[in-house]
Design a protein around this ligand. Structure first.
Ligand SMILES: *[C@@H]1O[C@H](CO)[C@@H](O)[C@H](O)[C@H]1NC(C)=O
Ligand SMILES: *[C@@H]1O[C@H](CO)[C@@H](O)[C@H](O)[C@H]1NC(C)=O
Ligand SMILES: *[C@@H]1O[C@H](CO)[C@@H](O)[C@H](O)[C@H]1NC(C)=O
Ligand SMILES: *[C@@H]1O[C@H](CO)[C@@H](O)[C@H](O)[C@H]1NC(C)=O
Ligand SMILES: *[C@@H]1O[C@H](CO)[C@@H](O)[C@H](O)[C@H]1NC(C)=O
Ligand SMILES: *[C@@H]1O[C@H](CO)[C@@H](O)[C@H](O)[C@H]1NC(C)=O
Length: 660
C-alpha cells in the first residue's frame, strides 16, 4: 500500500514536470539571476524554438578561451552569428549574468568586468533570446533597451536592418573571431561599400565593391522572406538577392548573410532537413571575384604581400610562389616571405651573379602594382624581359605581356591569378644550391663528453687525458696533411679548421660566385682581420670533387706568380673540403667586361698581357707543367690594381715532363 502511494507520487511529479517543461521553454523571457559559466557543461539560454542559443562557446584550438556568442543551435556546426568579445576571448570560469543594477555583465574568473550592456542609461530587468536570433534586454515595461541586432559583428539575419553608419567586420580566420581585414559599411551617403582595412591602424583602403546608391537615406534590409536589398523610404533601390529566394522557404531553410574572413559578402541558406550535409549554400556573393576586385595603390590586396590570390569554386585561396612560404602558416592571408635573402644590390649579393639567378614562371599571374620600370618595344620578348630583370639588381620580379616588360620591387602586392589575367610573372630566385645551409654543432656533443670526463676524473687522470687528447688531435691533423700533400706543398699554406672557416664567412652567407664543383664565399680570417679571403666550399660526396681538391691544392700549392690567384690555406675535415684564396676585390673579368663601367683599351691590353704571362708560367716555367683547361672570363679575377689573376684550377691537368 505504502509502496503504491509513493510510486503514484513519483509518477504525478514526473507528469507535472513533463507538462511544465514546454511551458517553461515557451516563456521567452529568461531569468538571468543565475549566471552562465564559461565551461563545457554550463547550458546556454535558448530561444523558444531552440533554433538559437546565447552563451559561451569554446574556441577551436584553444580549450581555455571562450566566446560570449549567439549561434544556430540546431545546425551541426552550431554556426556563430554574433559575438560580444571576439577580440578578447574570456578565460575558463568567466561568467555572464544580469546584475541587480540592471546590466548584463561579462566577468573574468577573478571578477574583472570584460563587457557590459547597456552602456548608457536604462536598467534591464529581463532578457529574451528571440526566435529570429536577436538577443534583447528589456526594461520593467518590457521595452527593448539593447539588441544584439543593433551591434552586429560579421553576420546579419532575416529581419535585421543595417542603418546608415553601421558596419560589419570580417573575422581573422574561420576560427579566429577577432577583427579581420575586411569591412562592409552602410555609409552615411547611402552607398553600401566593401573595404579592405589595415590590420594595425584601421586605415581604410580603396573600396573593392560599392552598390553605387547615393541617396540621402538608405538602409540595408534582410527581410523575413529572405531577400536582401537597399531601401530608400519604402522604395527598393538595389537588390542584392538576385535569385528567387522563395525556393528556400523560411520553414525549411535557415538564412544568413556574412562578410566572410576572405572579404566576400555572401548570402547563405542551409537546409533544416539535411542534418548530414554541413555545407552552407551560397545564393548571392559580392564581389564576383575578389582576387580581381581589389586594386588599391596601398595595402596588400586580397591576400598578403608577396602572395597571390586564386579563386577556385567560388572560394578565395592565397598562395605563395615557389621558394616563398607563408609568414603565418595558420593564416594564409598574412602573406608570404622569400625563403632566400632578398636582393640588396651589394656587389657581392647573389643577385649580382647572373649564374646564381634563376626565374620561376607563373602563367596567367600578375602583381599589377609595385612596378618601378616599364620597357616596351618590338625587341621586348619574354626572354628579353627575363634578361632585363636578371641584369637589374633592384628587380624582384618581371611581368611580361605583349612586348611590355614591367619590373617589380618588394614587397609584391595585389597578386592575382586567373585565366582572364593575360600576363606572365617571372620571379627572380637564387638557383638551388646557391645557399647551402651551414651545419655546425656536430662536434659539440663530443666536446660535452670530454668536458664531463674531465670534471669526473682525478687531477692526475685529467692531466693524462689532456695530454692524450692533445697528442691525438696533433697527430690526426698532421698525419693527414703529411700523407696527402707533403710531397707537393712548398711552405706557407695554412691548414684551417672547418669551424674557423665557418666563423670567417659568418656561416657561409655572402656568396661571391660559383666555380667548378663549389660555391665561393667571402670571409675574414680572425688571425688576419685586415684582409678578405675567398673560401671555396667544395660540393660533398663527389669523386670528381675529391680529385679536384687534390689537384687544386697540389697545383696551386706549388705556384707563385703575380698573375695567378694564391692559395692561402685549406681545410680537409671529414666531408668538409674547403680552399682559402686571396680575395680579389675587382671581381671577375666577365663582370668587368660586361658591367657598367667598361674598361678602356689600355686596361684591356694590360689584362690580356697578364693572362698571357700567367699561362706562360703554367705551361713553360713551372716545375710541373700545368694546363688549366678552363680559361674563360669568369675564371680570370682582377685584384685591386686590376692585375689579371688566373683562378679555378679545378679541371687542370698535370703533365709529365715529356708531354706537350
Ligand atoms: C563604421 O566604420 C567607419 C569607418 O571606420 C566609422 O567611422 C564608423 O564609426 C563605424 N560605425 C560604427 C557603428 O562602428
Ligand atoms: C586571433 O588573431 C589575432 C591576430 O592575428 C591574434 O592576436 C589572436 O591571438 C588570435 N586569437 C586566437 C584565439 O588565436
Ligand atoms: C528588386 O526586386 C523587387 C522584387 O523582385 C522588384 O520589385 C524591384 O523592382 C527590384 N528593384 C531593383 C532596383 O531592381
Ligand atoms: C560547417 O563547417 C564546414 C567546414 O568548416 C563548412 O564547410 C560548412 O559550410 C559549415 N556549415 C555550416 C552550416 O556552417
Ligand atoms: C626553390 O624551390 C625548389 C622546389 O620547390 C627547391 O628544390 C629549391 O631548393 C628552392 N631553392 C631555394 C634557394 O630555396
Ligand atoms: C604556361 O604556358 C606555356 C605556354 O605559354 C606552356 O607551355 C606551359 O606549360 C604553361 N605552364 C603551366 C604551368 O601551365
Amino acid at each position: 500500500m505504502m509502496m503504491g502511494v509513493s510510486a503514484l507520487l513519483h509518477l504525478s511529479l514526473l507528469l507535472l514536470l513533463v507538462l511544465l517543461l514546454p511551458f517553461v521553454a515557451l516563456t521567452a523571457n529568461i531569468n538571468l539571476e543565475t549566471p552562465i559559466i564559461a565551461s563545457e557543461d554550463s547550458p546556454p539560454w535558448k530561444s523558444t524554438s531552440e533554433d538559437f542559443a546565447f552563451g559561451f562557446r569554446q574556441l577551436d584550438g584553444n580549450p581555455d578561451l571562450f566566446l560570449l556568442a549567439i549561434w544556430f543551435e540546431k545546425v551541426p556546426n552550431r554556426t556563430i552569428v554574433w559575438s560580444a568579445n571576439g577580440n578578447n576571448p574570456a578565460s575558463r570560469g568567466s561568467e555572464v549574468k544580469l546584475t541587480k543594477s540592471g546590466e548584463l555583465v561579462l566577468h573574468g574568473p577573478e571578477g574583472k568586468e570584460l563587457w557590459k550592456r547597456p552602456q548608457g542609461d536604462g536598467k534591464s530587468s529581463s532578457a529574451a533570446m528571440q526566435d529570429d536570433g536577436n538577443f534583447v534586454l528589456l526594461d520593467g515595461n518590457s521595452k527593448s533597451i539593447w539588441e544584439s541586432y543593433n551591434e552586429p559583428t560579421d553576420t546579419i539575419l532575416p529581419g535585421q536592418i543595417l542603418d546608415m553608419y553601421s558596419n560589419l567586420t570580417s573575422r581573422q580566420t574561420p576560427q579566429n573571431y577577432s577583427d579581420g581585414r575586411f569591412q562592409l559599411h552602410m555609409q552615411g551617403d547611402g552607398n553600401l561599400v566593401l573595404y579592405p582595412i589595415s590590420e594595425s591602424t584601421e586605415t581604410i583602403y580603396k573600396a573593392y565593391w560599392a552598390s553605387g546608391t547615393m541617396n540621402s537615406k538608405s538602409e540595408l534590409v534582410f527581410d523575413k522572406a529572405g531577400y536582401i536589398y537597399l531601401k530608400d523610404g519604402t522604395k527598393r533601390i538595389f537588390n542584392l538577392t538576385k535569385t528567387d529566394i522563395s525556393t528556400f522557404s523560411m520553414q525549411n531553410f535557415y538564412h544568413l548573410a556574412r562578410i566572410d574572413y576572405d572579404g566576400v559578402f555572401r548570402q547563405y541558406t542551409y537546409s533544416k532537413n539535411e542534418k548530414c550535409s554541413f555545407a552552407l549554400r551560397t545564393v548571392a556573393k559580392y564581389p564576383e571575384d575578389i582576387c580581381l576586385a581589389i586594386t588599391g595603390d596601398t595595402g596588400s590586396g586580397a591576400c598578403g604581400y608577396n602572395s597571390y590570390c586564386l579563386q577556385t569554386n567560388g572560394e578565395k585561396k592565397c598562395l605563395c610562389p615557389e621558394n616563398y612560404s607563408f609568414v603565418n602558416p595558420n593564416d594564409p592571408q598574412k602573406g608570404c616571405k622569400p625563403d632566400f635573402p632578398l636582393p640588396t644590390c651589394q656587389e657581392n649579393g647573389w643577385e649580382a651573379n647572373p649564374k646564381l639567378v634563376e626565374f620561376k614562371r607563373l602563367n596567367n599571374t600578375d602583381w599589377p602594382l609595385s612596378d618601378y620600370d616599364l620597357q616596351t618595344g618590338d625587341g621586348v620578348t619574354e626572354q628579353m624581359c627575363e634578361q632585363l630583370c636578371r641584369e637589374d639588381c633592384y628587380c624582384a620580379a618581371a611581368i611580361y605581356n605583349d612586348n611590355h616588360c614591367w619590373k617589380k620591387k618588394y614587397p609584391l602586392s595585389n597578386g592575382r591569378s586567373s585565366t582572364s589575367v593575360n600576363r606572365i610573372a617571372l620571379l627572380k630566385v637564387p638557383k638551388d644550391g646557391a645557399f647551402k645551409l651551414f651545419e655546425e654543432k656536430k662536434d659539440q656533443s663530443a666536446l660535452i663528453l670530454v668536458v664531463s670526463l674531465l670534471l669526473g676524473g682525478s687531477v692526475f687522470f685529467n692531466i693524462l687525458m689532456i695530454l692524450a687528447i692533445f697528442l691525438a688531435v696533433y697527430f690526426s691533423y698532421h698525419k693527414k696533411f703529411l700523407q696527402s700533400f707533403s710531397s707537393v706543398l712548398g711552405g706557407n699554406i695554412t691548414h684551417y679548421r672547418y669551424k674557423e672557416l665557418a666563423e670567417a664567412t659568418g656561416g657561409f652567407k655572402q656568396v661571391l660566385g660559383k666555380g667548378a664543383f663549389g660555391i665561393v664565399y667571402k670571409g675574414v680570417i680572425r688571425s688576419d682581420a685586415k684582409r678578405f679571403v675567398a673560401v671555396k666550399k667544395l660540393d660533398k660526396m663527389e669523386h670528381e670533387g675529391e680529385r679536384e681538391f687534390k689537384t687544386e691544392v697540389s697545383v696551386i700549392g706549388q705556384t707563385h706568380h703575380k698573375n695567378l690567384v694564391r692559395l692561402l690555406g685549406y681545410c680537409d675535415e671529414g666531408e668538409h673540403r674547403l680552399l682559402v684564396y686571396e680575395y680579389m676585390s675587382n671581381g671577375s673579368l666577365a663582370s668587368f667586361l660586361f658591367g657598367i663601367s667598361r674598361p678602356n683599351w689600355n686596361q684591356r691590353v694590360q689584362i690580356v698581357l697578364g693572362i698571357a704571362r700567367g699561362l706562360m708560367y703554367l705551361h713553360e716555367e713551372c716545375s710541373t707543367q700545368i694546363i688549366h683547361c678552363d680559361i674563360k672570363p669568369q675564371n680570370i679575377l682582377l685584384d685591386e690594381y686590376l692585375t689579371a689573376r688566373i683562378s679555378d684550377f679545378g679541371l687542370a691537368k698535370l703533365l709529365l715532363a715529356d708531354q706537350t
